[in-house]
Design a binder for this molecule. Structure first.
Ligand SMILES: C[S@@+](CC[C@H](N)C(=O)[O-])C[C@H]1O[C@@H](n2cnc3c(N)ncnc32)[C@H](O)[C@@H]1O
Length: 314
């Protein structure tokens, strides 16, 4: 079914930060909470903190398909499946692929693009970057982010998610210290617009060591061509040899925030990898997983999730 594309003005008028976090991030009740946050927090832990001081036990019952291209083996591309034990006994499982070394993505500055009103995706990164700049298109989302940063009592409570990340990291510190660490690392909350050549115009940012973006580009981009243009523009925001980490949903056409409808660009795996290559990135790792819980397809109709770690060539 053809769905109307959501204009930027509709975002301004109809996207409610509190409805968004309540719909998608409330523990035990958020529509995408379990599968999405599980996928995102684990892959981000792998990216930033796995192997920093501890060994990750990767417990999953989701089937992951991983394709990996290594800089060290520029012509090699290994595709394999991570099969959680659900196929056999349904219990927890520990997977450590020898092809994947410790997280390893780190640096001085992380630029977070299109955070919405959320901070979950920055928890692991806060361990390995000195400075985090977060951003969103909407003023109401930036205001919600600032509420959490300033410990406003009316801010959304991210405690269950922070505790989950602490567990992934081996509980080296308690969740309150973890939250404080992230607060201390976030130095700026900026407005951004993916559809501008310089998305931070009139501000010109120094290129970052890593640009991270979660569940964002399917909102402003109408098609894969526009998505590819955004990726090209992002290269000015990343240092040579720096990292681009993108996580989002596959094959979606819409999502709801409260009773408001928003369109989603329909991202397909093959087009996605092609767009990254066309934009001039080297793909380090790609992970795809299909949606298991289909109980609320009426609220958001994505069919799976993707994670891509790519690099801007040196
Ligand atoms: C589905 S929400 C994702 C929020 C958050 N990143 C998350 O992981 O839950 C889509 C986000 O895209 C943002 N957005 C919409 N148009 C944008 C644009 N032109 N440039 C940057 N972000 C945009 C919205 O403000 C919203 O925060």
């Amino acid at each position: 079914m053809e769905t109307p594309f959501t204009s930027q003005q509709t975002y301004v008028n109809e996207f409610t930060a509190s409805d968004y976090v309540k719909t998608y991030y409330v523990a035990e009740g958020g529509v995408v909470n379990e599968e999405w946050t599980d996928f995102a927090l684990r892959t981000l832990h792998e990216t930033f903190t796995k192997g920093k001081t501890y060994q990750l036990e990767f417990i999953t019952n989701i089937k992951y398909e991983v394709s990996q291209e290594s800089n060290r083996r520029p012509n090699a591309c290994t595709t394999f499946l991570w099969c959680g034990p659900s196929d056999s006994d349904g219990g927890p499982h520990s997977i450590c692929s020898p092809q994947h070394g410790p997280g390893g993505v780190k640096g001085e500055t992380l630029l977070d693009f299109g955070a919405g009103p959320t901070i979950y995706h920055l928890l692991s990164a806060s361990e390995v970057f000195d400075k985090i700049i977060t951003s969103d298109y909407l003023e109401q989302n930036c205001a919600e982010l600032k509420k959490w940063l300033n410990k406003d009592p009316s801010a959304f409570d991210w405690t269950p998610i922070i505790k989950f990340v602490c567990e992934l990291e081996g509980n080296r510190e308690n969740y309150e210290k973890k939250a404080e660490k992230l607060r201390s690392k976030v130095k700026e909350v900026l407005r951004c617009d993916a559809l501008k050549k310089n998305p931070f115009d009139p501000i010109v940012l120094q290129p970052a060591d890593c640009l991270l973006t979660c569940l964002c580009l399917e909102a402003p981009c109408e098609d894969i061509k526009s998505f590819c243009t955004v990726l090209k523009n992002f290269k000015d925001l990343i240092k040579p040899g720096g990292h681009l980490v993108i996580l989002s949903v596959l094959d979606a056409t819409f999502y709801y925030v409260g009773d408001k409808y928003f369109s989603s660009m329909t991202t397909r795996k093959e087009e996605l990898e092609q767009a990254l290559k066309e934009a001039g990135y080297e793909i380090e790792k790609a992970v795809y997983t299909s949606r298991k819980d289909r109980s609320r397809m009426d609220i958001a109709d994505y069919q799976g999730f993707y994670y891509i770690h790519a690099r801007k060539p040196k």
